[in-house]
Design a protein around this ligand. Structure first.
Ligand SMILES: Nc1ncnc2c1ncn2[C@@H]1O[C@H](COP(=O)(O)OP(=O)(O)OP(=O)(O)O)[C@@H](O)[C@H]1O
Length: 242
């Protein structure tokens, strides 16, 4: 199913240990793109260069505190993802809440890391997330699937499904999209892939693919969309260490 991607991943693995400084700078580049795009998808107006400047500790005039916090928080959330990967920790609902707490820290502390107690709607989406009283049960179901059947899947399929099912549950008031993209990369990174980036320019295709998951239970478009970006990240690495 992923013949070319698997070959490219094998090529990358054959080159391990990878050159430390090249990997560090590639990781910085991808982490910046990940932060910029993930925040831009949810409406943050900082450009990629402004995002970089904020990460360097400088404020950008005319931009809200919230937009600055979203950048800083996303970097902290990535660091947490990296910690989980390094510690080879098993995914749990507790970790997901921790991740979400970092995403909303200082923005909405009341709801940071806490499941919602109110109904929400995903604007533009056909699918309506479950009522609050069903969240606990559906998250437990997601974790059971993750520990079981998901472990037999290709990491790209596992990560894409984890993202799609999670965002369908929409367990938090806000920050579900960012958290779901963090979870997808957590899964890829655990399997030794570089992080992938869903580009803000591809937002429409991304929403349509998620709509198809949630209305027709058809994951193919979303898996394909993820696979394209995984291959782009692998190409970036392979080119750099050729
Ligand atoms: N048809 C759709 N249109 C928009 N978003 C969708 C759709 N289907 C699923 N989604 C997911 O829902 C997320 C947006 O959720 P929402 O508008 O509630 O904002 P959020 O929870 O704050 O997430 P974000 O971090 O993206 O702001 C998107 O990023 C996407 O992952």
């Amino acid at each position: 199913m992923f013949t070319i991607i698997d070959e490219k991943k094998a090529q990358l693995d054959a080159k391990r240990p990878l050159p430390k400084y090249t990997i560090r700078s590639l990781r910085e580049k991808l982490n910046l793109e990940w932060t910029y795009n993930s925040n831009a998808i949810e409406g943050n107006t900082l450009t990629i260069n402004e995002t970089k400047v904020v990460l360097e500790g400088i404020t950008v005039g005319g931009k809200t505190l919230r937009e600055h916090l979203e950048v800083i928080n996303h970097r902290e959330a990535i660091s947490y993802v990296e910690e989980i990967v390094q510690g080879n920790e098993n995914l749990s609902a507790w970790q997901i809440k921790n991740l979400h707490r970092l995403v909303l820290k200082g923005i909405d502390d009341e709801y940071a890391g806490v499941y919602r107690d109110q109904q929400v709607f995903i604007s533009g989406a056909v699918h309506t997330p479950p009522a609050p009283y069903l969240i606990q049960e559906q998250m437990e179901h997601l974790m059971t699937w993750y520990q079981g059947e998901a472990q037999t899947l290709h990491p790209i399929v596992r990560g894409a499904k984890l993202h799609a099912i999670f965002v369908g549950i929409h367990p938090f008031i806000d920050g579900n999209g960012r958290t779901s993209r963090l979870l997808l990369n957590l899964e890829l990174m655990k399997a030794g892939y570089p992080p992938m980036v869903i580009k803000v320019e591809n937002r429409l295709a991304y929403y349509n693919a998620l709509d198809k998951v949630h209305t027709a239970h058809d994951y193919q478009d979303f898996i394909d969309l993820v696979a394209v970006e995984v291959e782009a990240s692998l190409d970036l690495y392979l080119k750099a260490i050729a």
